[in-house]
Design a binder for this molecule. Sequence first.
Ligand code: SF4
Ligand code: SF4
Length: 448
Amino acid sequence: MLLPGQSVTAARRKIYPRNSPGRFRSLRNLISLLLQAGLFLLPWLNWGSRQAVLADLPGRKLFLFGLVLHPQDNYFLLLLTVIAVVLISAVSALAGRVWCGFACPQTIFTQAFIAVERFFEGDRAARMRLDRSPWNWPKLRLKGLKWATWTLMGGWLGVTFSGYFIPMRQLASQLLTGHVSLGTGLVVAFFTGIALFDFGYFREQFCQHVCPYARLQGAMLDADSIIVGYDSRRGEPRGKLKASPRGACVDCSMCVQVCPMGIDIREGLQAECIGCTACIDACDDIMDKVKQPHGLIRFTSLNELEGRPTQVARPRTLIYLAALVLLSALFVYLVTHRPALAFDCERVVQPGGQLAALTADGRVSNIFKVHLANQLAEPAVVRLELCNLPAELLGGRTELSLEPGEISEVQLLLVAERGLSRGIHPFQLRARLEDGSTLTSQATFFVP
Ligand code: SF4
Ligand code: SF4
C-alpha cells in the first residue's frame, strides 16, 4: 500500500534517525521495558498444568489462561478481534497514534535494533559517513559486530515467538540439549529471519507499506484527536537564530533528523507519523538552548493548533466507549458461562446401511457417536450415563479421562429392553464430571 505521493519505483531513502534523549524518550523506554518483560516472560508462565498462552496448531487448540478454544469456538476470537478493533478506534480517536509510538512491537524492536546500530556505528552523522565510506577492515568489523548482535537478538526473539506455538519448556530443553527437531528448527529460523529482516532492514517501510493502520488513520482521527503537532502559528516564519522577523522555529532541522520515519512534522499531520514523540524531545531541547518555552512541537489537536478548544467527550468517543463496555461485558459473560465440556451425541448408520440392528438374543441395538471436548485448562474425568430410555449401554467406554483441551470421540452400543415399541424414542445422554456437574445431550433411539 502506498501513501499519497509515493511511487512503487522510487528507491528507498535510508533513514538515519539521530539520538534524541528527553522526557518522552524516558517514558517510552519504561513502557518498552515493561512490554518486553511481558512478551518474553509470558511463554514461561503456566496456568494449571499447561502453558498459559499457547497456540497448539497441530492440536487445533488455543490456550488462553483458563480458556481452551477449539475451532468451533471461533466466535470467541471473532469477538476478541472486534473488541481490539473498537479499542484501537477509541484510543486513536482520543489519543491518535499513541499505540504506534509507545507500544507497537514494530516500534519497540526497531528502536532496540537502532540502539545497537548506534552503539557500534555511532550516531546519525557517523553512520552516514560509515555507509558512504569504502569497504575496509574497520567497516567490516563494525558491520559484522552489529549483525552478530542483531542475530543474537533476532534469535532470542525467534525463540520467544516460537514459544507461543511450541510449548516453551519443551522448546528450551530441545535447544539446550541440541536435540532440535526439523519442525522446531524451521519455526525458530522463520521467526528469527523475520525479526532480522524487519527490524534490521525493513523498519519504517513496514509502517508505510504493510501495516493497514496508517491508512485507516484518516478515518479514525478527527480534529479533536490528540496528535503530535507543530504549532505553526508560533513557529512561523521559521528562520535561523539571527533572522528577523522570525517565529520560534530556528530551522535547526533537529525534529527531522531524529524522526525514524524521515518526515518533517512542520509540514503538518502526515500518515507516516507514528507519534513517537522523538521530535518533541528534540525540539524541547532546542527551545531550552534558545531560551524559549517548550511545546513548539507537542501533544495537541488540530483544533487546538487552530486556536479552537479540544473536546474529549464527543459522539464518536462516547459511542466507542459504549461499544467497548457492551462487547467486553458480553465477552466476560460468555467466558464465565462457558461449560467445562463441549458434548454431543448422534446416532450413526450401522454396517450395511441400517439405522438399527438385532443382537444375537433378538433385541434392538443402535450405535451412537459421542464427541467430547475438555474446555478446561486442567484434566477432566467424564462419566457417561443414559437417561429416559429402557436400554443398556453395552459397548464402548463410558468413563473417559481427558487432557486439558483434548477432543475425544467414542462409540456407544445401546441395546433396548424387550418390548420397546416401534418408532423413534427421544432420550438423553448425560456427561457427569468429577465435581458432580452434568451436561446433557439429546438423541433418539430407533426401533424398526
Ligand atoms: S526542532 Fe523545533 S526549532 Fe528545530 S526545526 Fe524543528 S521545529 Fe524548528
Ligand atoms: S514526526 Fe515526530 S512523532 Fe511523528 S514519527 Fe517523526 S519524530 Fe515521531
